[in-house]
Design a protein around this ligand. Structure first.
Ligand code: PMP
Ligand code: GLN
Length: 382
C-alpha cells in the first residue's frame, strides 16, 4: 500500500541512498544538496541555541518566522497574510502535506493529483482512507491535458494536490493550467493543496503561486520548505499558509503529529527568508548551470533527456540504450557504474508505472565537479 513498487516500509529514497553508500556511488537519487546553505544562516541556529531557544516552540511556530513567511509571500507574490492566523510552521513540507490531507479528506472522498506524484502524497492519501485519483503527465513536457483534468473531477473530489514546480518531472505549470485548476476546484467545491517547495528553483520561467490566481486564495493551502530554498534539508522546517479557517484545521492535526517544530531552526529560517533578491536569484542561476552539466552528460551517454524548467531533477529515458525496465537498472546502477538514480515508476500507481517504465530521475543539486564525474561514469553505460 505505501510503496507503489511493493517495497513496504522503506521508501525508494532510503533504499537507493543506502545502496549508494554501500557501493560508494555518486548519489543522484535522493534529492539533497551536497553543499550546505549559507554559513550566516547556520550561525543563527548556533546563536539561537546559545540564547536558550531549546524548548518547545509555540505549536503554530515562533512569531518571527510566521512574520517572515508572511513578508515573503507579500514580497514575491503580493499575497497578504495575517501571521497570527494564516501561517503555520510545520516539520518540513512533508508534515504540512500530511496534516492538510488528514484535516480535510477521509473515506468516501477523492483526492486528485498529477501522476507521477511525490511519493508521500500516495501514502498519506491512503492513510487518510480517501481515494487517490490521478491525471497523467507525459514526456516530453509533462503538462496536463486539460480535458483529462476536468474529467478526473467528480462530486467526491475533496482536494486537488498540486505540486508546482513538479517533482519528479521538473515541469512548471503556467497560468492557463493554474486557472483551470481553480475553476474546476470552485465548480466542485474542492480545496487546493499546493506544494511549492521548489518555488525559487525555476530556470527562465516565473513561478506562479496558485493562491494568487483569481478566486483561489479562499480554497488554497500553500506549502513550502526551508529545505529546498536554503539547502538545509535536514532541518525539516516547512510551512503552510492560507485562510484562517483552513490553517486552524491543519494546526489541529499538526498538534497531534508533532505538536511543534525545531525551535532554533525556526529562528534561523526567519532570518534567512529576509535575504535580498540577489540571494534568491543566485540559487536558480547556480542550479541552471548544474542542470546543463548533467544534461550534457546524460545526453552524451545516449539517454533522452527531458529538460526541466524547475526543481533540481532531470528525467531521462533509458530506452535508447536498449533498456526498458528503469527500476531494475536503478537497483544495479550503483554497482555497475557508481551512479545512483531513482526510477520514475516509484512516483506512480501501477498503470502510470508502466507508462514511465523506462524513465530515471537524476538529482543535479550537486557540485559541478561531482556532476562531471557522474557524467564520465555514465558515459561507460552504453
Ligand atoms: N514536496 C516535494 C515535491 C518534495 O520534493 C519534497 C522533498 N524534499 C517534499 C515535499 C518534502 O519536503 P521537506 O523535506 O521539507 O519535508
Ligand atoms: N524530496 C526528496 C526527493 O524527491 C527526498 C526526500 C525524502 O527522502 N523523503 O528526492
Amino acid at each position: 500500500l505505501l510503496s507503489p513498487d511493493g517495497h513496504l516500509g522503506v521508501t525508494i529514497f532510503e533504499e537507493i541512498t543506502s545502496l549508494a553508500s554501500q557501493t560508494g556511488a555518486i548519489n543522484l537519487g535522493q534529492g539533497f544538496p551536497d553543499q550546505d546553505g549559507p554559513q550566516l544562516i547556520k550561525d543563527k541556529v548556533i546563536e539561537a541555541i546559545r540564547d536558550g531557544a531549546n524548548q518547545y516552540a509555540p505549536g503554530k511556530g515562533i512569531v518571527s518566522l510566521r512574520e517572515a513567511i508572511a513578508r515573503h509571500q507579500q514580497r514575491f507574490y503580493g499575497l497578504s497574510l495575517d501571521p497570527e492566523r494564516e501561517v503555520l510552521v510545520t516539520t518540513g513540507a512533508t508534515e504540512a502535506i500530511a496534516a492538510s490531507i488528514m484535516a480535510f479528506a477521509g473515506p468516501g472522498d477523492e483526492v486528485l493529483s498529477f501522476e507521477p506524484f511525490y511519493d508521500s502524497y500516495g501514502a498519506i492519501i491512503a492513510l487518510s482512507g480517501a481515494q487517490h485519483i490521478t491525471v497523467p503527465l507525459e514526456a516530453p513536457h509533462f503538462q496536463p491535458d486539460l480535458e483529462q483534468l476536468e474529467n478526473a473531477f467528480s462530486e467526491r473530489t475533496r482536494i486537488v494536490v498540486l505540486n508546482n514546480p513538479h517533482n519528479p518531472s521538473g515541469a512548471v505549470f503556467g497560468r492557463e493550467v493554474l486557472e483551470r485548476i481553480v475553476e474546476l476546484a470552485e465548480r466542485h467545491d474542492a480545496l487546493i493543496v499546493s506544494d511549492e517547495v521548489y518555488e525559487h528553483l525555476t530556470f527562465g520561467v516565473p513561478h506562479l503561486p496558485i493562491a494568487a490566481m483569481p478566486g483561489a486564495f479562499e480554497r488554497t493551502i500553500s506549502i513550502s520548505s526551508a529545505g529546498k530554498t536554503f539547502s538545509f534539508t535536514g532541518w525539516k522546517i516547512g510551512w503552510a499558509s492560507g485562510p484562517a479557517d483552513l490553517i486552524a484545521a491543519i494546526r489541529t492535526v499538526k498538534q497531534f503529529l508533532t505538536y511543534s517544530s525545531g525551535t532554533p531552526f525556526q529562528a534561523a529560517v526567519a532570518w534567512g527568508l529576509d535575504q535580498g533578491d540577489d540571494f534568491y536569484a543566485e540559487i536558480a542561476t547556480d542550479l541552471a548551470r548544474k542542470r546543463d552539466v548533467l544534461t550534457a552528460g546524460l545526453t552524451a551517454a545516449g539517454l533522452s533527456v527531458y529538460l526541466p524548467q524547475g526543481s533540481y531533477f532531470i528525467n531521462a529515458d533509458v530506452a535508447p540504450l536498449g533498456v526498458q525496465d528503469a527500476a531494475e537498472l536503478a537497483r544495479k546502477l550503483p554497482e555497475l557504474i557508481g551512479v545512483a538514480a531513482i526510477p520514475v515508476s516509484v512516483f506512480c500507481h501501477p498503470a502510470g508505472a508502466r507508462r514511465h517504465r523506462s524513465l530515471l530521475r537524476f538529482a543535479f543539486c550537486k557540485r559541478v565537479e561531482v556532476l562531471r564525474e557522474a557524467a564520465e561514469r555514465l558515459a561507460t553505460l552504453g
